[in-house]
Ligand binder design. Sequence first.
Ligand code: HAM
Length: 442
Amino acid sequence: MKKFHFQTPTGIHDVLPEDQEYFRKFLSVAREIVEFYGFKEMEVPILEEAALYEKGTGETTDIVEKQMYTLRTKGGDVLALRPEFTPGIVRAYIQNGMMNLPQPVKLYTQGPLFRYEHPQAGRYRQFHQFDIEVFGETSSAIDAQVIQLFTLILKELKFTHLIVEVNSIGDSSCRPYYKKLLSSFFRSRANSLCQDCKRRLKENPLRILDCKEEKCQQVKSQAPQTIDHLCEECKRHFKSVLEFLDEADIPYHLDPYLVRGLDYYTKTVFEIFSEKPVKKIEEDPSQGETEVVTRSALAGGGRYDTLGKILGGKDIPAMGAAIGIERIVALMKANAANLPKEKPGPQVFLAQLGELPKKKSLKLLEELRQANVQVAESLGRDSLRVQLARADKLGVAYTLILGQKEALEGTIVLRAMDTGKQDIVKMDKVVEETKKRLRKKS
Ligand code: HAM
């Protein structure tokens, strides 16, 4: 026999039923909160023109330079698997004339994204995000509200040790000067930068601030800071965002080097980290356990008032953010308090014996479902012994047994699993009778 050898591609995972429970719990919490605040759900395609991300996400970003899954269709179109939601949602806003709706337009979406990354814990090539975007509003209140919504979702999931980092990266009137300052700062230290950053120095010095290489981090720690070089309007906007956060009791850190790895941001940028202490067991058992602090970005976002224009429309004030669902699920699993409540198991088992009973079973199962009775079955099994053993294992209160004789007579056997007592019930009364007995039991 040939050996089965197919595996998911590197960095890509199945989401198994036990993980789906966590996904669903997260999504129900997130949906409930954002819908309360007036967000409407939408979907954008998984495949878009690659140029949408080249222009939107930015040609000098790691996502476009290194991580996009790009393909040529048989018709010759160059498409990409979406590496993020934001450019697709801006395209949809413009294409569908949403600027003609009452503003702000508040949208949310969720689903899989694709980035050809170096896979590691919490970093995958296919992953899921929950994303919110607000269009048509320049007020700093919206920046603070987007940050607030994500902290509310995380709090509702009982996450602690959360850190919100914020910064302002200015706009087209102050950023060009800041970029010049940054270029001349890094140029004089180019020898201490990694190969990628030497290239970034020519293309976009802001990207050097994102570099995770130790030696670049050291150089960065002396670099000029955006907030010292903001124009009056950006300064006023940022100050007001911080005041809103203070007023909403949202603790934050100011990270003067937070620029985020995407090109479209203007003014406010933020990230939310979990700094949950994780117990590390020392190799030498006499050392016991030590607490180490792990840090991973759960969410990130910011304002992007010019992306509409970059994509060929006009400037649209916009603010948004996304949460990485796999990272949330990993934290939910690490935190026992977040276990989703187990769904109640089936209360009834339907056993059948023979061809006619099997055929009648499909209709009866649907009648039970419509009556809200949780029912299990083993339609593929014929032996009563096997089916009763399964009913026993599931711990149901009653088993309905439909044999050839009952099917012909229009009856069914109702067996109480605790006493083994069996009654014959008319088929057209069985749903009602089962419900009555279940009610008595509860
Ligand atoms: P991002 O920072 O690239 O932002 O991604 C947001 C979140 O997605 C991250 O904080 C992380 O939790 C998760 N994430 C990113 N890459 C991976 C990966 N390879 N594996 C697992 N999780 C990952 C954006 O995507 C922006 N579009 C957010 C935004 C919306 N800005 C404005 N509107």
